[in-house]
Ligand binder design. Structure first.
Ligand code: 9G3
Length: 568
């Protein structure tokens, strides 16, 4: 492709709203342009990149025996009403009406649609197992779309659904998807970690997330280098240092703590350490209120709490007036003593003695509080967020934490959707059984952002060959030099003749600008034709190489073809 013709509007500066590297570089390199919050247009280099990523997904899904469908993105409400999810997703679901005022939505996920497709047209148990997938645009009205393609309101997802006769069958389908995902992310050049995850609203017996470690990742990961344990923050089990419970026996005492709303206020006011306090946080779980207690220097893990409480819809912090109503005090003075809502205490709190809690009275706290004597938790369980310094729940070695970008998530769904929608089969004995399902997602456009987050330097994107919009670029240093232009043309033609997707920078730009743009758009291999082309000498440089090498032009072409073919 001649760059004098290429629609590639590069930018030197980007809008301030582009906070992370991948978002900045995709705008600067002319891959995408923002249409509205969380909604992007893909320009030629962006489309080529997207198609490369999609095709890796497609090839590996097909190789794993999955079959590609393409479902509508414009869905009638009935599709989600049978499973009860039409209401569940609230404002996140883009809803609209047709001219007859019928309810529709833009599809955020397709469990119901795929299940219905099987109900309609699969009639014998002999047709199972079956895994169906699509690569399709999804719509979710995210409250905070940000980071470019990382969290959009319109994005490309590969979503797959497996249908099996029983759990054993699901285990096999799940493993086939797990292995396919490993191949997919390896081929994309992504360095990923697989973590145990919570299944959340999806139900089912478990799920795993494919995480790309990155400081801009929105998810927390806890992992152990010693034994390989890895879980996301929501799931990671916390081990409390099991020091023996020393029965504290100092008398409980109410102490004035004027305006001490936070642990920091209390620490500075009372001079005690954060771990001498227990926080009591009031939550609204569905339509009831519960109190969660963790040590002063810990955080409540709201997913663990939600699962423990068995909350179906929302778990959220109780509103200020509800806290005042329940505790009789301003926020910041809640405590377990005399509280008449269920108290869920973290295991660590059960090991504390003579500690400080809110007194359920504004500007007052209790000190020397002890479990058993002064209050009895309803439940004692692991409800805190894991932290650096915690130990691995499997082997006891120190656990590490990191931020991750979730690029894939696979679920063993079980019969949640098949039961809700009535997907059954008659087994060989004519007995009706419910189909067992799994579902498997990959954020295709999110992978594009994750790849750039992991593959860039100060000069721009470093595309892995497997997903590069163009694989090689030929740059004549001086367009006015007929000899250079001719030699560059010949190199360009011979690379294309050997199947290399090649750019020819024929723009009337200074060489420096051409080199900068080649680096910015991350072309894996560059061949520069300059003064020495009369001697048949050109410069060969891989994007990841420190320096360029001079060599005969035929050698440069051969090196480029070998490098591309070895890495695509
Ligand atoms: C919605 C909206 C947002 C959603 C969902 C539905 C997340 C929703 C979970 C999944 C689970 C799996 C198939 C591929 C793998 C992931 N956010 N989820 O279901 F209506 Cl607005 O999408 N779906």
């Amino acid at each position: 492709m001649r760059m004098s013709k290429l629609f590639m509007p590069t930018l030197r500066e980007v809008p301030a709203e582009a906070e992370i590297t991948s978002h900045k570089l995709m705008l600067r390199a002319g891959l995408i342009r923002k249409l509205a919050a969380g909604i992007y247009s893909y320009l030629p280099l962006g489309v080529r990149f997207l198609k490369k990523v999609e095709n890796i997904v497609r090839e590996e899904m097909d190789a794993a025996g999955a079959q590609e469908l393409l479902m509508s993105a414009l869905l009638p409400a009935e599709a989600y009403q049978a499973s009860g999810r039409w209401e569940v997703f609230g404002p996140s679901m883009f809803k609209l009406k047709d001219r007859s005022n019928r309810d529709f939505c833009l599809g955020p996920t397709h469990e119901e649609l795929f299940t219905q497709a099987v109900i309609n047209d699969v009639h014998s148990y002999k047709e199972y197992p079956m895994t169906l997938y699509q690569i399709q645009t999804k719509y979710r009205d995210e409250g905070r779309p940000r980071f470019g393609l990382m969290r959009g309101r319109e994005f490309v997802m590969k979503d797959a659904y497996s249908f099996d006769l029983d759990e054993a069958g699901l285990d096999k389908s799940y493993k086939a998807m797990y292995d396919a995902y490993c191949k997919i992310f390896n081929r994309m050049g992504l360095d990923f970690t697989i973590v145990d995850a919570d299944s959340g609203a999806m139900g089912g017996s478990g799920s795993q997330e494919f995480m790309v470690k990155s400081p801009v990742g929105e998810d927390g990961i806890a992992y152990c280098d010693a034994c390989g344990y890895a879980a996301n923050y929501e799931k990671a089990e916390c081990i409390s240092q099991d020091k023996p419970q020393i029965k504290g026996d100092l008398p409980m005492e109410k102490i004035p703590t004027p305006n001490a709303h936070t642990i920091e206020d209390l620490v500075s006011f009372l001079g005690a350490e954060p771990y001498n306090f227990a926080k009591t946080i009031i939550y609204k779980a569905d339509d009831k209120y519960v109190a969660a207690m963790v040590r002063g220097d810990r955080e409540v893990n709201e997913v663990k709490l939600k699962n423990l409480v068995g909350c179906v819809d929302d778990l959220e912090l109780a509103a200020f007036d509800a806290v005042r109503e329940i505790t009789g005090a301003q926020v910041g003075f809640a405590g377990p003593v005399g509280l008449d809502i269920p108290v869920y205490a973290d295991k660590e709190v059960a090991l504390m003695e003579n500690f400080i809690v809110g007194a359920n009275e504004t500007d007052m706290h209790y000190k020397n509080v002890n479990i058993g004597r002064d209050f009895e938790p309803t439940v004692v369980a692991d409800i805190r967020v894991i932290e650096d310094g915690d130990v691995c729940p499997r082997c006891g070695q120190p656990i590490k934490t990191a931020q991750g970008i979730e690029v894939g998530h696979i679920f063993k769904l079980g019969t949640k959707y098949s039961k809700a929608l009535g997907l059954d089969y008659l087994d060989e004995n004519g007995k009706s059984q419910t189909v067992v399902m799994g579902c498997y997602g990959i954020g295709v456009t999110r992978c594009m952002a994750a790849i750039i987050e992991q593959c860039h330097d100060d000069n721009g994107i470093i595309f892995p060959v497997s997903v590069a919009p163009y694989q090689a670029i030929v740059i004549p240093v001086n367009n006015k030099q007929e000899e250079q232009m001719r030699a560059a043309e010949e190199i360009y033609e011979s690379l294309k003749a050997q199947g290399i997707e090649t750019l020819f920078d024929d723009r009337a730009e200074r060489a420096g600008v051409k080199f900068k743009d080649a680096d910015l758009i991350g072309v894996p291999v560059r061949i520069v034709v300059g003064k020495k082309c009369g001697e048949g000498i050109v410069e060969y440089k891989e994007r990841t190489a420190e320096a360029a090498e001079e060599m005969q032009r035929d050698d440069a072409v051969m090196r480029a073809v070998e490098f591309i073919n070895a890495n695509k």
